[in-house]
Design a protein around this ligand. Structure first.
Ligand code: AMP
Length: 291
């Protein structure tokens, strides 16, 4: 029977009960304001496990003081309907006070994977993420947890945390789900005005241009990054970064001698910060459906 739970210890008991009946649990952690990108993760979870739990929690500890915590979109009723429609078994939607009963006394420290890219612009963000994901793992004891490649750095950090802290969970990664025009789906896309939404396509287009050059044989990291940057300069209001890095360690790629490279970008359009990425040498072109 489908359920919506709010109390962490009740969620923990229900998950323990499910495991005691031999059920494999898949967890899909989200911050709500769900879209097809999230629902694709739920579909994958459904294939991988017997019990699918979706957490919906706008985690305050991963937002910086000047970020969008207060205005982050929240729509629990519609979220619950959507995940129920996709065959999830349970939604866990706690209040911040119940997830942090002693404030944030205990926090997961993350290593060098959190230093570059978004980590450089959002101090403390990934520690907030790792801490809340650790709590969700401890509450639900999942066999599998599903994360999207849209938040590529987060995915690597969560994988590393699960290894280092010996959480008995397999992290499954889902490819980026895009709109028809190539924009990566995101809850934050709701902030964009119609005009900004049009400019925002510059973000996937910037990745696409570098991807095309890579396909034509271009390997110079500075050239690939510059192609991406100039499109972002043309279309967005401010660039946080547009970098070519090693897809496993997130260290800068400096030579032309690579098989795969992560091209990751973050840029602001109006009041909205957008992130996107592509793995050159592995992923299809971001705007493939338009070609
Ligand atoms: P969020 O609610 O934004 O914290 O995202 C929850 C999970 O959904 C994270 O693992 C995200 O990477 C994933 N996700 C969000 N948008 C997309 C997308 N467009 N494609 C794939 N995964 C996504």
């Amino acid at each position: 029977m489908f359920d919506v739970l709010h109390a962490p210890l009740v969620f923990q008991r229900v998950m323990q009960e499910a495991r005691s009946h031999g059920r494999r649990i898949a967890l899909v952690p989200t911050m709500g304001a769900l879209h097809e990108g999230h629902l694709a993760l739920v579909d994958l979870a459904r294939k991988l496990a017997d019990t699918v739990a979706v957490s919906i929690f706008v985690n305050p500890t991963q937002f910086g003081p000047h970020e969008d915590l207060a205005r982050y979109p929240r729509d629990l009723e519609s979220d619950v309907k959507q995940v129920q429609g996709r065959g999830a078994d349970l939604v866990f939607a706690p209040e911040p006070e119940s997830m942090y009963p002693h404030g944030e006394e205990t926090r997961v420290r993350v290593g060098p994977l959190a230093a570059p890219l978004c980590g450089a612009f959002r101090p403390g963000h990934f520690e907030g993420v790792a801490t809340v994901v650790g709590k969700l793992f401890a509450l639900s004891g999942p066999c599998t947890a599903i994360f999207g490649r849209k938040d590529y750095q987060q995915l690597l950090i969560v994988k590393r945390m699960a290894q280092d802290l010996f959480f008995p969970v397999t992290i499954a990664a889902h490819p980026i789900v895009r709109e028809q025009d190539g924009m990566a789906m995101s809850s934050r896309n709701r902030y964009l005005s119609a005009e900004d939404r049009q400019r925002a396509v510059g973000v996937p287009r910037s990745l696409h241009l570098a991807h095309e050059a890579f396909q034509r044989g271009e390997r110079r990291p500075q050239v690939l990054a510059a192609l991406c940057q100039s499109e972002l300069e043309r279309t967005t209001d401010r660039i946080d970064y547009a970098e070519l890095v090693d897809p496993d360690r997130l260290t800068p790629l400096l030579s032309c001698d690579f098989e795969r490279a992560l091209l990751a970008v973050a840029a602001h359009v109006g009041m909205t910060r957008l992130i996107d990425n592509v793995i050159l040498g592995e992923d299809p072109a971001p705007l493939a459906r338009l070609m």
